[in-house]
Design a protein around this ligand. Structure first.
Ligand code: M3L
Ligand code: AKG
Ligand code: FE2
Length: 421
């Protein structure tokens, strides 16, 4: 206990020294004796081993489970889970945060076993379990990934031998659905086999895991190379790797493809893990990764074909990361639909093009390309926030149906099945 305390104080002291404070202390051979006067640490030898805490003027500091955490006092008051502050039935806050004095400080703090008790000036008591605090502290979240993933190139994906899920088991068993969603969350793509090749059956699949996201293309869509819409997708031309609906403020989260018919040649589907490529950029050129995650760009869809008149604009960086843990959660990459760059100052534009080139080189490495021929009966789900798709040019009659899904609802289903999402 004592050893632990000393080494902790020493590391604390080093932190202070880094900031240039207390420099005199190192010259003092007996500084350890002086130190406890300045900072009063509270320790426990009870169940909560290795727990130390300290009440600072403007925050509470806790060391527990190998984590040094700092909590703002307003935060501690705001997250009170007592019956009058929080409704455990609805999981909603009842406390009016605006009624909390922004200079609030606890009158007393006490630790009992693994529970901390804060008594506030008005007598209200807030209790926190130490494990709850670790889990919900900023420091705890910083070390945690929101979505565990397996980044892949063609070889990694093929070697993993990810099993497809059967139509029947997907629809009728939670086990099948869970297996499917687990694969989908880990790899960003997943297949369902033995699906009757109709739009109705495809819709049934979609509805099993999510709400369908209706867009300008309809709810369920059905397309051939008839140029019925003002987009290259409705032709026989090849399409380089891209994510869809980059021109929406919130690009569609998931895309479902079911090839109902193809009498002809070519038309294979290309899949590339955008997060794998981005990770390579991060390793090789972190400042370019940073730029791609900071510079906002517009994407645009302008359509005037037949009865269809649409003008969509979406703004956002190519790479989107959570600021607290730097985890990548969305890639917006579509060179066809990228609009005029006018949201970037002149001196950044060239650096952005360099960074975009680095990412493109990674995305185009042949070893990162996973090619698959979609066939009637085999439905593909793509995480459109992560995995890019493309297609080879083709001949003959080819009919594809599918839809977009609302991402929140896919994740909702996954969480209800006990998956981390
Ligand atoms: C899938 N479906 C044929 C309906 C839509 C095609 C949208 C194509 C568009 N260029 C984009 O990438 O968003
Ligand atoms: O035709 C295909 O295989 C895919 C076309 C495409 O990129 C799309 O519809 O989003
Ligand atoms: Fe597409």
């Amino acid at each position: 206990m004592w050893c632990h305390r000393l080494s902790y104080l020493q590391s604390k002291l080093q932190d202070l020294l880094k900031g240039g404070v207390l420099c005199w202390a190192v010259q003092q051979p007996n500084f350890k004796r002086l130190f406890p006067l300045a900072i009063r640490w509270h320790h426990t030898t009870s169940k909560a081993q290795n727990c130390a805490w300290q009440q600072h003027e403007d925050h509470f500091e806790l060391q527990y489970a190998n984590t040094v955490m700092r909590f703002d006092y307003v935060w501690l008051r705001d997250h009170c889970r007592s019956a009058s502050c929080y409704n455990t039935k609805t999981h909603q806050r009842s406390l009016d945060t605006a009624s909390v004095d922004l200079c609030i400080k606890p009158k007393t703090i006490r630790l009992d076993e693994t529970t901390l008790f804060f008594t506030w000036p008005d007598g209200h008591v807030t209790r926190y379990d130490l494990d709850w605090l670790v889990k919900n502290s900023y420091e705890g979240q910083k070390q945690k990934v929101i979505q565990p993933r397996i980044l892949w190139n063609a070889e990694i994906y093929q070697q993993a031998q990810v099993p497809s899920v059967d139509f029947q088991s997907f629809l009728e068993t939670n086990k099948g659905l869970k297996k499917f969603l687990q694969n989908f969350l880990l790899y960003g793509i997943a297949f369902v086999e033995n699906v009757p090749p109709t739009q109705d059956h495809t819709e049934k699949l979609a509805k099993r895991i999510s709400l369908i996201r209706e867009t300008i293309y309809g709810r369920m869509w059905y397309f051939t190379s008839d140029f019925s819409r003002g987009d290259t997708a409705y032709t026989k031309l090849a399409l380089d790797r891209h994510t869809d609906t980059t021109y929406f403020q919130e690009p569609c989260g998931v895309q479902v493809f079911h090839c109902l018919k193809h009498e002809g040649t070519g038309g294979r589907t290309l899949l590339v893990d955008g997060f794998y490529a981005a990770e390579q950029v991060l390793q090789k050129a972190p400042e370019e990764f940073e730029l791609l995650s900071k510079v906002p760009l517009k994407h645009e869809y302008i359509e005037n074909v037949g009865e269809c008149h649409n003008h969509m604009i979406g703004v956002g960086p190519v790479l989107n990361v959570y600021p607290w843990n730097k985890e990548l959660y969305l890639i917006r990459y579509n060179n066809y639909d990228r609009a005029i760059i006018n949201t970037v100052p002149y001196d950044v534009v060239h650096r952005w093009y360099i960074a975009h080139r680095t990412l493109t080189i990674e995305l185009r490495r042949p070893e990162n390309e996973f090619w698959v021929k979609l066939k009637p009966g085999r439905v593909l789900f793509i995480d459109n926030w992560r995995v890019l798709h493309g297609r080879e040019c083709f001949t003959g009659y080819r009919q594809l149906c599918g839809c977009y899904l609302t991402r929140d609802d896919v994740l909702n289903t996954a969480r209800l099945l006990g998956l981390q999402a």
